[in-house]
Design a protein around this ligand. Structure first.
Ligand code: UD1
Length: 419
């Protein structure tokens, strides 16, 4: 029996939500624990399915992992198994980030090509090229990335594109390489900074975290640490869009508003009143219909591709016409087909979408294709006449701990329906 959500349209969301640690950070931090023998503790972890899946990946490598609410404890042995080809690997994209730590510690790795969201082609060429520069041989064989090195040495690496995953893998291999590595055109996402901070706590020598040049001075070994995951800016932004779309008033705690500077500015342009609370939260109040705004997805500090479905959902109910440009993952526009079922006036041309806002959407059965698209459909359902059925909700539950509970707390009528 599969479950789906029934979302009642017409609610104005009002209240406060607490956001916990970022999915796209915690999974990488768990992989970083492979770099140090001993027990690493990670706190403020989100209770989402990807965390136990990543725990299974680490167990298959020889770690013992316990999950207790928001605390993940990982004990890494002196000798790791270098093959990560368990069933769990195929279920999440972030599993590929064990590649860098395994090459760093074991000097060899066999890592099954990862699964994850169907949002477009996700090659690993930059990950492999970076590891090759550090002295490893790396090929794809029988569905796995196979990497091997006599020893790793520092190198100058220029990335073609500031890829989050490639930056993370190269960084986590370079911390134990001999000599200095410079990664140019590195990703600057807050989650990259979070990994750098944890690695520094473990004894790594890294300069330039949060800039496009990362300099890593390799060290002999790292020590385990205790680290708190940064708040999930994508989840925080989801609630900000929910406030703007439902003409609501939502206070979000647990997220650094500076990680959402551009997003909050866009919502101001759409007519929202936004207040920030130092480094720990913000409030979005929307009176009346939002105004149309254009969005362009780019690596951080640009507008995150993960928020593109919310930009489309907001534009669908705004006054005027918006242009949304997707520069990272072409297949994310599949979301628009579902929005059209809900009465959105939207079309795509290459990597641009044009959305003409309508007064009201109209409820329909819709299917989530990935985490963010799923959450975007729920928000759209809140702005539709009648009850919208959202299917394939396991996607949503991979990224949003307590999603339904939070929606209800804010005044939405959302039911989990079996069958
Ligand atoms: C991560 C996030 C994802 C987010 C994305 C961009 C995780 C688990 N996922 O994904 O939610 O949407 O960052 O912010 O953290 N590319 C190549 N070759 C490579 C690597 C990437 O061509 O070797 C391309 C990709 O196809 C894509 C672009 O680079 O077009 C960005 O991808 P990347 O930043 O690597 O995203 P992920 O790390 O996979």
């Amino acid at each position: 029996m599969s479950e789906h959500f029934r979302v009642q349209g017409g609610a104005r969301l009002v209240g406060e939500v607490e956001v916990v640690g970022a999915k796209n950070s915690v999974l990488k931090l768990m992989a970083a624990a492979l770099l140090a023998e001993g027990t690493t503790t990670i706190t403020n972890c989100p209770e989402i399915l990807d965390v136990p899946l990543m725990a299974d990946v680490l167990r298959s490598l020889g770690c013992s992992v316990t999950l207790d609410g928001g605390v993940v404890t990982i004990t890494t042995p002196a000798e790791l198994n270098h093959r990560a080809d368990s069933e769990a690997m195929g279920k999440l994209r972030a599993s590929v980030c064990v590649l860098g730590p395994l090459v760093g510690r074991c000097k060899r790795a066999v890592v099954a090509l990862p699964g994850g969201d169907a949002i477009g082609s996700r090659p690993l060429d930059m990950h492999q090229n970076g590891l090759r520069k550090l002295g490893a041989h790396s090929e794809i064989e029988h569905g796995c990335v196979v990497a091997e090195a006599e020893g790793l040495h520092g190198a100058q690496i220029w990335l073609d594109f500031p890829s989050v995953g490639a930056t993370e893998n190269i960084l986590m291999a370079a911390v134990l390489a001999k000599g200095t590595t410079v990664i140019d055109n590195a990703a600057r996402e807050p989650e990259i900074v979070d990994i750098c901070v944890m690695l520094q706590e473990m004894g790594a020598r890294i300069e330039g975290a949060g800039t496009s040049t990362l300099t890593v001075h390799g060290v002999e070994s790292l020590s385990p640490t205790e680290h708190r995951v940064i708040g999930d800016r994508i989840v925080g932004a989801t609630w900000a869009f929910a406030a703007a779309m439902t003409r609501g008033d939502i206070t979000v705690r647990g997220v650094d508003p500076h990680h959402l500077d551009l997003v909050l500015e866009k919502l101001r342009m759409a007519g929202a009143e936004v207040t920030t609370f130092g480094g720990d939260g913000f409030r979005v109040v929307q009176d009346g219909r939002p105004q149309s705004v254009d969005f362009v997805t780019l690596p951080y500090p640009g507008f995150a591709t993960d928020l593109q479905p919310f930009a489309i959902a907001l534009s669908s109910v705004s006054e005027g016409t918006s242009m949304i440009t997707e520069n990272l993952f072409e297949a994310r526009f599949r979301f628009i087909e579902e929005m059209v079922r809900l009465g959105a006036d939207a079309r795509t041309d290459g990597h641009h979408a044009v959305v003409r806002g309508v007064e009201r959407l109209s409820s329909a059965p819709v299917w989530a294709s990935d985490i963010r698209a799923g959450a975007g459909l729920v928000l759209a359902g809140l702005c539709a006449d009648g009850a919208t059925e959202v299917y394939e909700i396991f996607h949503i539950e991979r990224g949003y701990p307590g999603f339904v509970e939070n929606l209800r707390k804010l005044g939405a009528t959302v039911d989990r329906v079996t069958g």
